[in-house]
Design a binder for this molecule. Structure first.
Ligand code: NAD
Ligand code: UD1
Length: 334
């Protein structure tokens, strides 16, 4: 297929572009590079040996530019990763988040409609479940109760997509709710490159391991979990990318899938796995809970397995190994 990937230079987009190319698809990336680097393109070509990868540096809010690109390339489908994703930043700059994520998606959908490209795979998040009533979380669990503008943008886009589908059932739309993507391609050539001090656990750990940061703060040891620290469903980014290909293959109508492993690991579990696999000590201290955090969040991933034939294969040891492989080979990112 001929596929447009928005945000394809970013962390998850780049791993998915790689998988799409390896599966024989034709790919065009649109990215404004606000949180990524052009260097990603060379790395992807290097890993795959495939040079036919088109890149257009453009903002998805540029409706006229998008229209020209759609008219020229005649896409069959769109994978939409472009957006802003920092929870903390979204509380300080809510309008930028609503404009980029919600506004940007509305513009993209309009252009798709005019170009009669009605197949879309969208990057949603487990954040739409808010503080879940129970775990594991299935797709039928209530959504809402998001605690920050970032999460609310994902919820609003999900709603926009279901309204769009209700108005015109010739669309095929997958809303993929990611749990906690971590790790990197096993080559160590592409990976997560957060600017500044990371907010998320895994990049923080790898930067403590490399000596870039002194010490990890474990946010809370008094949650109602086995060891008191927060529990999450970490999923290897290569597994996550594979889920997008399966969703594209099987896509029919409006569908929503959790992409997680179904297993929960605590912060202390992740530290221990990292130390054991990589043979590096992680210096940490117990700190107060982080505002907006929940105790436990992990997926019931069985729907994606039964309907898409997709299942995460890589375990926590592979996640911490590949996260460290990427960080140690690219200490300053791209
Ligand atoms: P990322 O920041 O690495 O990638 C996003 C890419 O989109 C970047 O390359 C950025 O330059 C680009 N971009 C942003 N706004 C744009 C715009 N207006 N026009 C064109 N390009 C634009 O983030 P990621 O971790 O790869 O996440 C991809 C998607 O998955 C995002 O929508 C994110 O909200 C969602 N998601 C991520 C996580 C996670 O933990 N990483 C979890 C759940 C959902
Ligand atoms: C966060 C976002 C979520 C987003 C997801 C993926 C919040 C409240 N939620 O999820 O909306 O979809 O990232 O980008 O920010 N931890 C520490 N020390 C750290 C960092 C994290 O102990 O320095 C703990 C957290 O308390 C949590 C776990 O590690 O228990 C995972 O945290 P993180 O990687 O930030 O992801 P989430 O909070 O699950």
């Amino acid at each position: 297929m001929n596929i447009l990937v928005t945000g394809g230079c970013g962390y998850i987009g780049s791993h998915t572009v790689l998988a799409l190319l390896e599966a024989g698809h034709k790919v065009t990336i649109i990215d404004n590079l606000c949180n990524s680097s052009r260097e990603v393109l060379e790395r992807i070509k290097n890993i795959t040996g495939i040079n036919e990868l088109t890149f257009v540096e453009m903002d998805i809010r540029d409706a006229d530019g998008l229209e020209i690109v759609f008219n020229h390339y005649k896409f069959d489908a769109v994978m939409h990763f472009a957006g802003l994703k920092s929870v903390g930043e979204s509380t300080k700059k809510p309008l930028e988040y609503y404009d980029n994520n919600v506004g940007g998606t509305a513009i993209l959908l309009n252009v798709m409609k005019h170009a009669n490209v009605k197949t879309l795979v969208f990057s949603s998040s487990a954040t739409v479940y808010g503080d879940p009533i129970s775990v594991p979380i299935s797709e039928t669990a209530p959504t809402g109760g998001t605690t920050n503008p970032y999460g609310t943008t994902k919820l609003m886009i999900e709603q926009m997509l279901s309204d769009l589908y209700a108005s015109d059932q010739s669309w095929n739309i997958a809303r993929l709710r990611y749990f906690n993507p971590v790790g990197a391609h096993e080559s160590g050539l592409i990976g997560e490159d957060p600017g500044g001090i990371p907010n998320n656990l895994m990049p923080y750990i790898t930067q403590v391991a490399s000596g870039k940061l002194d010490e990890l703060s474990v946010y809370g040891d008094d949650y109602d979990t086995a060891d008191g620290s927060g529990v999450r469903d970490y999923i290897h980014v290569v597994d996550l990318a594979a889920g997008h290909l399966k969703a594209l293959d099987k896509l029919e109508g409006l569908a929503t899938y959790n992409l997680g492993t179904g297993k929960g690991y605590s912060v202390l579990d992740v530290i221990k796995a990292f130390e054991d696999v990589n043979d590096i000590k992680i210096s940490y201290k117990i700190a107060p809970r982080r505002e907006g955090d929940i105790a436990s969040c992990y997926a019931d991933p069985t729907l994606a397995e039964s309907e898409l034939g997709w299942k995460a294969n890589k375990d926590i040891n592979q996640m911490v190994r590949d996260a460290w492989n990427w960080q140690s080979k690219n200490p300053t990112g791209y």
